[in-house]
Design a protein around this ligand. Structure first.
Ligand code: S3P
Length: 434
């Protein structure tokens, strides 16, 4: 188990490019594998989560060559996946297990999907129930991993209203729907990230989205294509907050994906008074990208609009650090989903903030944080092995006069393998030890 040892630092300066988007990287492997012909991916995230997906498809007989972040997938077509010889281990990755349960429910072979301790506690009823409705044979004890899937089920399209805003459930059902008889329609009351819909269209599959209804007709095929994965806004978010809360700082984050279903973090920081500018906007492989310039800001506390919650769902740990450095109170509600991420991100963040001397009050579906100073020296903060908790507390160090130790940071490599190197390159002071 390794820890971060972080010290007060700044000003932060520089121009950096964070690694490829995790959601897009997963989907490039899944769709590339079941497409006809070759798919070439550049900018693939070399993180534990996306590599777990890549290895799982290799275990199902797909030839995938990887040279760093360049990946070549030799697609096997819709019916070309082979029965894996062992359970597919998806590590810490919720996206892998939920999306793949849709895809594998439609195959002619049996499979078992499992993962690490954290993944084994995460709720899967949200994908199991609609998949059963489609005709799948999928089971998880107490609706948690490991999941066992019996092959050979004939799936039918369904119309399904998402009970929570979730791109993972939506994508799971769309992937199952590719094999289903008739039309699969997912209705979302709140917008969630739409990378699956965009990428399916890039592979030549017709997907319609209108009035929060996303539909596709089963039985088609995908054509291999080239995908340039843009930088992950969820990784860039750590440095957006660092730039805002550090004095005399100015950082540029290059070629970041600014898909409008992901930009809640920018909107929230701007509402708080964040000094953030977007420039060089362009389309790249069906996704919008931009360079983002962030500078020192006088942040103020806000009531976070609930409609922005799904659009910033992975960024709350670091947004809580921004709230600590803002004047006044920040209130988050409507964010119950944070309790079932890689850790209970409301409680785990609240515990860490309290140990740094930040007054906060936990709500069932959110938190109230009173901005102030990090007045206490915590003995060490427990990340609960959650990558985004580890990185969020490392960012807090730019405003803390005490050193901050974060315990259990190995999982940072699931989404952001060069986090420490990039952070130090702009002037932060983080050591990973152990
Ligand atoms: C993801 C969707 C989100 C997000 C996760 C990645 C995806 O999960 O938190 O990190 O790639 O579809 P939910 O669908 O559970 O909101």
């Amino acid at each position: 188990m390794s820890n971060f040892l972080t010290s007060n630092s700044g000003p932060l300066k520089g121009s950096i490019k964070v690694p490829g988007d995790k959601s897009i990287s997963h989907r490039s492997i899944m769709l590339g594998s079941i497409a006809e012909g070759v798919t070439r991916v550049s900018g693939f995230l070399e993180g534990g989560d996306s590599l777990a997906t890549l290895n799982a498809f290799r275990d199902m007989g797909v030839q995938i060559e990887r040279n760093g972040s360049n990946v070549v997938i030799h697609g096997v077509g819709m019916r070309g996946l082979k029965e894996p010889k062992k359970p597919l281990n998806l590590g810490n990755s919720g996206t892998s297990i939920r999306l793949m349960s849709g895809l594998l429910s439609a195959q002619n072979f049996d499979s078992e999907l499992c993962g690490d301790e954290s993944l084994s506690t995460r709720p899967m009823g949200r994908v199991i129930n609609p998949l059963l409705e489609m005709g799948a044979d999928i089971f998880g004890d107490d609706s948690r991993p490991p999941l066992t899937i019996k092959g050979g089920s004939k799936l039918s399209g369904i119309e399904y209203t998402l009970p929570v805003a979730s791109a993972q459930i939506k994508s799971c059902l769309l992937l199952a729907g590719l094999y289903g008889e008739g039309i699969t329609t997912v209705i979302e009351n709140e917008i969630s990230r739409d990378h699956t819909e965009r990428m399916l269209r890039g592979f030549g599959y017709d997907v319609t989205s209108s009035n929060n209804r996303i539909s596709l007709l089963g039985g088609g095929s995908l054509q291999g294509c080239d995908i340039e994965v843009p930088s992950d806004i969820s990784s860039a978010a750590f440095f957006m907050v660092a730039g805002c809360i550090s004095k005399d700082s100015s950082i540029t984050l290059n070629s970041v994906n600014i898909n409008p279903t992901r930009t809640g973090v920018i909107d929230i920081l701007k509402l708080m008074g964040g000094n953030i500018e977007l420039f060089n906007q362009k389309l790249q492989a069906g996704e919008l990208i931009a360079d983002i310039k962030v500078a020192s800001s006088n942040l103020k506390g806000i009531q976070i609009p609930e409609n922005l919650v799904p659009l910033a769902i992975d960024e709350f740990p670091v947004l809580f650090i921004a709230a600590c450095c803002a004047e006044g109170e920040t209130v988050l509600t409507g964010a119950k989903e944070l309790r079932v991420k890689e850790s209970d991100r409301i409680q785990v963040m609240a515990d860490g903030l309290t140990s740094l001397g930040i007054e906060n009050h936990v709500l069932e579906d959110g938190i109230r944080i009173l901005g102030g100073e990090f007045t206490k020296q915590a003995s060490s903060i427990k990340s609960h092995y959650d990558h985004r908790i580890s990185m969020a507390f490392a960012i807090a160090s730019v405003r803390s006069k005490f050193d901050i130790e974060v315990e259990g940071v190995d999982n940072v490599k699931t989404s952001f393998p060069n986090f420490v190197k990039l952070a130090n390159s702009i002037g932060m002071s983080i050591k990973q030890v152990g």
